[in-house]
Design a protein around this ligand. Structure first.
Ligand code: SRM
Ligand code: SF4
Length: 557
């Protein structure tokens, strides 16, 4: 149980927040600064926003005796990652009017906008509201965006888990109405009765909580990195229940050995949807009651699992549920990557997966991706879905509309780009990092594309250019681009320096291991050159780079 005498400062901010309102109203009205009050910086996260500043411009601002250039990032709550074409067109306009203009697809299947000035925060949320979109609980010590295997319309089963993602998201929403008071209605209409929150109470969770749902054989959601992982078990083309795993999480802190990345451990199997929802709910209440509220570095559910033991955690959940878990059932993942290009579903509808490098949708010279997508949205004949690999699926296209979409994809260079990029690039993920992330030690999405261009010829030298090797980069060890769960992981340590990790498997079932510490580009390329050389000569037939390097690491121990 939590040491009540030694609570982290964030605990006080939450319980004293008057339903997450704090002094946000006053902070927003203060024209003297682009920032908000310190405690409000914690509370605004629960409303799906972060205060940030442009780190590229810090020195310039200080030299001009100006405060840092503060702005806000807003993240949408989109369980299962879905927008209609009307919503996409609306989002395009909102991005143009209020943010840097770049639409960013995140590694949790949703959208972020960056660079929103304080005076634009409310108008942005209001415009989202007009599109029936919200950012409630997209950040903060609550359940975050629920992810599920992409392409919900691919089969009736996909639709079923997409709906489950929505139900879990709804069940786990905080009951406070402060989001609407603060950002939409302009009134503090607090009705204590309707704000009573049996799940979060007034202290919320000790830390963020993440839930993902996968349908084997596809693990595109990287399900085991979630605090709660649901794996659909299919028999005779029907979902007969879910294996539930708990305790995934990738964040760690350099130099703090008490912190670590961890994949979720199987708790057991439950059959009906009612039981799944109850189990998820009570897994959360156990974390609420037993999670560490003193040291936020050790407060994720993975540490609670390791403290109570998987048996201890299970028996507490079972006690609260009033039923027991069956032993976990057999399942097999066979792939984790997105299926680029055209795919047709069981109803004859078409889907086109667009490769979007690190989820950044913008127009650049010679590649008008963002304008092309707007034109596609304006046809009204497609939906937009997002993948946990930061890509976009144009979905639910009828046979009669396919040619029109195909032409627009060609006209804007989108299909040519998706077809032509290398296998390595298609399997690359990077986090945002600089210039907006306050925790970044090194570059992420701005640098991995450059590095991949330098790695491509090295792969070609060994005839490995068509291998689907996963490479992921994060600007720090928090793992937002899931670098610990890749065949090649690059984890920022300082500007231009990374730890190089290898030996993770391709399917997201085995974390990688640190191989080289704090190295720059030259040494990264030299090391990979050497490893690819040994791999091309010494690999077993069909052996992936991740499995080979895992084996190689055992031989050099
Ligand atoms: Fe993350 C914090 C971006 C997915 C683990 N993450 C942050 C912040 C908000 C930095 C901050 O706290 O000030 C980053 C904002 C950067 C920016 O400028 O936008 C940030 N995380 C992201 C995104 C946008 C990366 C991306 O390029 O796609 C992803 C948004 C997901 C979403 O839509 O909700 C994102 N973050 C992840 C993931 C991957 C996942 O969930 O699939 C992880 C690893 C899994 C996990 O949670 O363990 C992840 N983010 C973290 C952590 C480490 C938490 C921990 O347990 O130690 C932090 C730091 C923290 O919470 O203190 C963090
Ligand atoms: Fe920022 Fe680190 Fe997350 Fe990258 S991994 S977005 S640098 S917190």
């Amino acid at each position: 149980m939590t040491d009540k005498n030694n609570l982290s400062p964030v605990e006080r901010i939450k319980t004293n927040s008057n339903g997450l309102r704090g002094t946000l109203k006053e902070s927003l009205l203060d024209d003297f600064t682009g920032a908000i009050r310190e405690d409000d910086q914690t509370l605004i996260k629960f409303h799906g926003m972060y205060q940030q500043d442009d780190r590229d411009r810090r020195e310039e601002r200080v030299s001009k005796k100006l405060e840092w250039l503060y702005s806000y990032m807003i993240r949408l709550r989109l369980p299962g990652g879905f927008l209609t074409s009307e919503q996409w067109a609306g989002l395009h306009e909102i991005a143009e009017n209020h943010s840097t203009g770049v639409i960013k697809i995140t590694t949790r299947q949703t959208i972020q906008l960056h660079g929103i000035l304080k005076s634009h925060v409310k108008p942005t949320i209001r415009d989202f509201n007009l599109q029936h979109l919200d950012s409630i609980a997209a950040c903060g010590d609550v359940n975050r965006n629920v992810t599920c295997t992409s392409n919900p319309s691919e089969s009736p089963l996909h639709q079923e888990i997409y709906e489950l993602a929505g139900k879990i998201s709804e069940m786990c929403l905080p009951k406070t109405k402060s989001y609407y008071d603060l950002w939409i209605d302009d009134e503090l209409a607090i009705d204590r009765k309707t704000e009573e929150d049996p799940l979060y109470q007034d202290r919320y969770l000790p830390r963020k909580l993440k839930i993902g749902i996968a349908i084997p054989p596809n693990n595109d959601v990287d399900v085991f990195i979630n605090d709660i992982a649901l794996i659909a078990i299919i028999e005779n083309d029907k979902i007969v229940g879910y294996n539930i795993a708990v305790g995934g999480g990738l964040g760690a802190t350099h130099g703090n050995d008490a912190t670590y990345a961890r994949l979720a451990s199987l708790l057991g199997f439950v059959d009906t949807e009612e039981k799944v929802l109850k189990a998820v709910y009570e897994i959360i209440t156990v974390q609420r009651d037993f999670g560490n509220r003193s040291d936020r570095k050790l407060s994720r559910l993975k540490y609670t699992i390791d403290k109570l033991g998987i048996e201890g955690y299970r028996s507490e959940v079972e006690k609260r549920c009033g039923f027991t878990f069956e032993p976990a059932r057999e399942f097999k993942f066979e792939q984790r990557k997105d299926r680029y290009g055209w795919v047709q579903n069981h109803e004859g509808k078409w889907f086109y997966t667009v490769f979007v490098e690190h989820g950044r949708i913008l127009d650049i010279d010679g590649y008008p991706l963002k304008s092309g997508l707007l034109k596609i949205a304006e046809t009204g004949n497609v939906n937009f879905r997002f993948t946990c690999n930061q890509n976009l699926i144009l979905s639910d296209i009828l046979e009669k509309d396919k040619a029109e979409i195909e032409n627009l994809l060609k006209e804007h260079g989108i299909s040519t780009y998706t077809d032509e990029v290398s296998a390595l690039r298609k399997n690359s993920v990077a986090c945002v990092a600089l210039n907006t992330c306050s925790l970044a030690l090194a570059e992420g999405q701005r640098y991995l594309p450059v590095l991949v261009t330098k790695i491509e010829p090295v792969l070609e030298k060994y005839g490995l250019q068509n291998e689907d090797i996963t490479i992921r980069m994060t600007g720090c060890p928090n793992g937002c681009g899931r670098s610990p769960n890749a065949e090649i992981g690059l984890v920022g340590t300082a500007y231009g320096k990374y730890n190089l990790h290898i030996g993770g498997d391709r399917l997201g079932m085995r974390l990688n291991t640190k191989f080289k510490e704090n190295i720059g580009e030259e040494e990264i390329l030299e090391t990979l050159d050497e490893l690819f050389g040994i791999y091309s000569e010494g690999r077993h037939s069909e052996e992936t780079f991740g499995d080979f390097s895992y084996r190689y690491l055992q031989t050099i121990k």
